[in-house]
Every structure is written in structure tokens, then in C-alpha cells.
Design a protein around this ligand. Sequence first.
Ligand SMILES: [Zn+2]
Length: 321
Amino acid sequence: MYRRTRRGRKTRYRPSRFDNRGNSTKEGRLAPSLRSKLESHFREKRFVESLLPVTEWKVELASFDIHKITNPEVSGKGYQEGDLKGFYNVKAYVLDRDGYTCQHCRGKSKDYRLHCHHIVFRSNQGTDAPENLITLCETCHKALHNGEFKLSWKKSKTKHATEIGILKSQIRKSGWNFAETFGYETKYRREQILKLIKTHYFDAVAICCRDDQKVDAEDSVFIKRNVSKGDYQQRTGKRSEKKIPTGKLFNLRKFDLIKTSKGIGFVKGKRSSGFFAISDLFGNKISDSVNVKKICERLRARTTTLIQQSRTGKFTHHPLS
Ligand SMILES: [Zn+2]
């Protein structure tokens, strides 16, 4: 998504980097998109380890276990009728197969609550096998059961193996040992055992915590936001005519974390008058006009990763710096 946006955006000139570098034919080379993904995994690992004493890693890399669907014997007792956890797996698989799109309206209803519909009803001895399941949005699902239309659909094409397989083997090669878990297991545990709502941090709790561990979620959550290294002048297009202020003013840059008389926040807007606007990590204003000429302490210089503790807005120093 980021790449696509960047390609369409008018920014400074970037020389062509495709197929004209010796590097691109080197053995063992990873495509830039893949390398970036791989490195970001390690970056997150380093970040978590800088905060917590990690003894054991458990990583969720895929949403479903294809192995258990195609070869039910692997799991030991196999996937049985009425096995709720197994059904979570099949559901995750069916959603992925159908591209997370309602197979009747193809997303036209704008209803993004997706269900798995049994083509042969369970009451008519329909099974929970993937061939008997289809993705429908809640609107269409209800309408179908009310007999408002007859279901007809095109079979989804089987997808090719994704990058995640290559990624996984590369991560393992690096010597990072982790236990693997799947999205459906996380969801099953979060909904059925821990009874927690869907958030990123409750998913993390469902992956890693013991059943009896109490988690004070709001306070244990760190929020990160990545910003560019600097402010760049646009070279072409309409916006290039507008000169954007870069560099320092009163020794402060944009996104510096400062402590002022009106609170702690990131520099959002600089003014030559010395009255700056400061905001939290989300860009919500803390103060529109604060005098940085008087009482002002720079807590942290701009980094590409801004960090804020929980939504309540406590700021912490970057643990890595
Ligand atoms: Zn629909």
C-alpha cells in the first residue's frame, strides 16, 4: 500500500532501480519488498526486547493452518464435527479463499461483517468442510436465509503460495527461535476462553499470556508512529510551488518531543514568533500556541519512530535511545 501510494505521488526524482544493478542478480538476494518485511520483523523483535525481558517467543504468521485442513490426521485426533476450534480454522481459511469479500454482492452492500454460510445447511447434515462453506456479508446472509434470492457464485481461484513462506524460512535461518501460532487459535482463545473484545493488544494477550494473568491493557500499551526522516521539498506538481519550512527554528525541529508550560508534546507547527503548536502522537492538539522561547525543554530529538505510552497520552523516552 505504501509503495503504491509513493509511486503515484509526486516527490523528488528517484532514479530507476529496476534490473539495471549488478545487485539484482546476486545469489541469495531478496526482493526489496521482502527484505523490508524481514527487517521489520527483526526491528519489532529488538524493540520488544528493549522493553521486556523476553524468555520465549510465540509468533503468529498466518491466520489459518492449511496443513490441518488438507491433512486432518496431523493434528492427532483430526478435525471433527462440532470441534469449535477446528471450525475457527476452517472459517479463517474460507475467508482467505474468498478474498474477504461477500461472494454474493462482492462488497457492494458495504457491509463488512463477514459470515461463513453453510451451502447445505447443518440441519440437513451439511458438513463444516471448506467446500460446503462460502463467505457472505451479514446483510446478504440474512437475506439468503429469508429466501430473498438464490445463491449462485463463481468458485474462487486457488491462490499461489504467498511471501509469508519465504519470510518464515528466512526468519528461522537467522537463528530466531519461536513457537508458531495461527490467527484462528488466537481468535478462538480470545473469544471463547478469555472473552475479550477485538483489539490488537487483546490479540497479543491471547497469544502470549497465561489464562490467569491479569492485564492492565490501557497502561501497558505503547503506540508507535513512523514518520519520515526529514521534511522534503516537493520537486514537481502544484505543491512544489509552496515552500515548506524545513530545518530548525529556536533549535527545534518538527516532531521533537518537548516539555513546555502547557504540557508535553510533539512539535507540530513552528512559528517564527516562537509560539509553536504541539500535538500528541495522533496529531491531536495539546496546545495551539505555546511559547518555546521561555520555558521549554527538548526531551527527545525527532526520530523516525515516535512512541507514546497508551491512549491516555503519557510520553516516554525512547527505550532504544
Ligand atoms: Zn453481501
